[in-house]
Design a binder for this molecule. Structure first.
Ligand SMILES: C=C(OP(=O)(O)O)C(=O)O
Ligand SMILES: [Mg+2]
Length: 401
């Protein structure tokens, strides 16, 4: 029933106005799935390779499509993804392009769900999924690689940890985003938004902490449940390997100073989440920080782990973190992303399923988070390509999909 009869690939626009790969998968019994690859700006060095979309499409048409059409079943995700790996033949999808691979992988999953008449999360996670929902981490202020002339820290993330429902959580993050607009206006910092819809003011990190703290407290009082906040430091982008230091606009920190700085921030602002506080090659420094504050907050590896089970295993051995960011396009298939989540869960690591800074209307990650019982999802706070995922979570919770 789910035998794949056609795979169509095309270039479509992403949220930055760049081309990306979209895939359609069709099956013998009329099943249909469509998905598009997201794209990062602050990409990790060890991510699977994204090729220019035109090249990735040509490579997939030549090498992957013939292996899938008439051969593979969309309902058998591991088979589809194994064939994508076989068609690629490298360990980083540099032949097909991880963008073609992930688009096909996700489209096949949707086609498999379509044939079953089941929501995607249920096809991926089984019938007992759909009761628990991830807490959305909402990017409300940011800079780094996502906006010019804004904060050094890439993302300040609202984290409505006490929300009674996913709907309350989603609206709380939007309220924090709106409250920040008011505070920025009061302080005379008019600004635009970065790639993920977060405010991108031309202020230093210290002032951003004050503003986010104030906004979070105000909204917390309004809604009556706990809202914390967290960070994606994107430490690898600040790190200068030649000098071995973290280069902020107004200061330079060596690794010990960076660890102490982050530990102090965790204390001062009661941060609930800190992603990539240190360089992507420095498991040891990650372990040092996790030892200091890992019982108070989540220390999450994004560029550190790149959704890769080998790198996660190394992290687990070294006690480098207690949480992993999951981006399917970092590793190329849903199977690989799923395996990373399972390995994380088995070792007491929390998974944070994540968007990329370049996104589309695709909602697969909302379903992946519910399917795997992931405790968190990071997918922005506002903006159509961000709300596509947030609204899908609300629909899943409402049982309307
Ligand atoms: C979402 C992120 O940004 P990008 O997609 O640019 O890597 C991130 O770093 O977590
Ligand atoms: Mg990150």
């Amino acid at each position: 029933m789910t035998l794949i009869t056609d795979v169509r690939l095309r270039r479509v626009l992403d949220s930055r106005g760049n081309p990306t790969v979209e895939a359609d998968v069709l099956t013998e019994s009329g099943g249909f799935g469509r998905a598009a690859a997201p794209s990062g700006a602050s990409t990790g060095e060890y991510e699977a390779v994204e090729r220019p979309p035109g090249e990735a499409i040509a490579a997939a048409r030549e090498h992957a499509v013939p292996r899938l059409v008439g051969e593979a079943y969309a309902g058998n995700q591991r088979e589809v993804d194994a064939l994508l790996h076989a068609a690629d033949g490298t360990d980083d999808f540099s032949k097909l392009g991880a963008n073609s691979a992930v688009a096909i992988s996700m489209a096949a999953a949707k086609a498999g769900a379509d044939v079953l008449g089941a929501p995607l999360f249920q096809h991926l996670g089984g019938t007992f999924r759909g009761e628990n929902f991830p807490i959305p981490l909402g990017n409300v202020v940011g800079g780094g690689e996502h906006a010019a002339d804004a904060t050094d820290i890439q993302e300040f993330l609202a984290a409505p940890v006490g929300a009674p429902s996913v709907e309350d959580a989603v609206f709380a993050n939007a309220a924090v985003h709106a409250a920040i607009a008011d505070l920025l206006a009061e302080r005379d910092h008019p600004c635009g938004k970065g790639d993920e819809g977060a405010w991108a003011p031309s202020i230093d990190d210290e002032e951003a902490f004050e503003i986010v703290d104030e906004a979070v407290s105000a909204v917390e009082d309004e809604v009556g449940f706990e809202i914390g906040f967290g960070l994606d430091v994107a430490g690898a982008e600040l790190y200068d390997a030649d000098s071995g230091t973290y280069e902020f606009s107004d200061t330079t920190r060596d690794t010990d100073e960076q660890i102490a700085y982050i530990a102090d921030l965790v204390e001062e602002y009661d941060l609930v989440y800190v992603e990539d506080p240190l360089d992507e090659d420095d498991y040891e420094a990650f372990a040092d920080l996790t030892d200091r504050v890992g019982d108070q907050t989540l220390i999450c590896g994004d560029d550190l782990f790149v959704t890769n089970t080998d790198r996660l295993r190394e992290g687990i051995e070294q006690d480098a973190a207690n949480s992993i960011l999951i981006k399917p396009n970092q590793i190329g298939t849903l199977t690989d992303a799923f395996d990373a989540i399972e390995l994380a869960t088995a070792n007491g690591y929390d998974s944070v399923v994540s968007h990329r800074s370049g996104e589309t209307e695709d909602t697969t990650i909302a379903h992946l988070a519910v399917a795997t019982d992931a405790p968190f999802i990071k997918t922005g706070a506002v903006g159509g390509e961000r709300t596509a995922k947030l609204n899908e979570l609300i629909r899943i919770a409402d049982d309307a999909t």
